[in-house]
Design a binder for this molecule. Structure first.
Ligand SMILES: [Mg+2]
Length: 95
């Protein structure tokens, strides 16, 4: 792995742990991905939810709602990453 700072490593680990938790959560409630087309659909669904939040003009969001938008953006990116991992695992896309 390329050299990164300890602080960056901790942050990457924190996020990848969260993504791993989301993968496990999704596996416990949804059947596995069975095709590349299904993988594309589930990844796109999560990415589209991210994109819907991206398109909102921050200037039009009441101050009290801005934190929840940022949390929503983060959540959708975590879910998108989780679906990418799920596709790799479920479809056995070996290196
Ligand atoms: Mg989502």
């Amino acid at each position: 792995m390329p050299e990164i700072s300890l602080e960056q490593k901790r942050e990457v680990t924190r996020v990848t742990d969260e993504v791993g938790g989301e993968v496990a959560r999704a596996m416990s409630i949804h059947a596995g991905i069975v095709s590349l087309h299904e993988a594309k659909a589930v990844i796109e669904e999560e990415f589209d939810e991210f994109w819907e939040l991206v398109k909102v003009n921050p200037a039009k969001i009441p101050i009290e709602d801005r934190d929840s938008r940022l949390q929503g953006l983060r959540k959708e990116l975590i879910q998108t990453a989780a679906m990418c991992i799920r596709a790799i695992v479920d479809l056995r896309l070996e290196p």
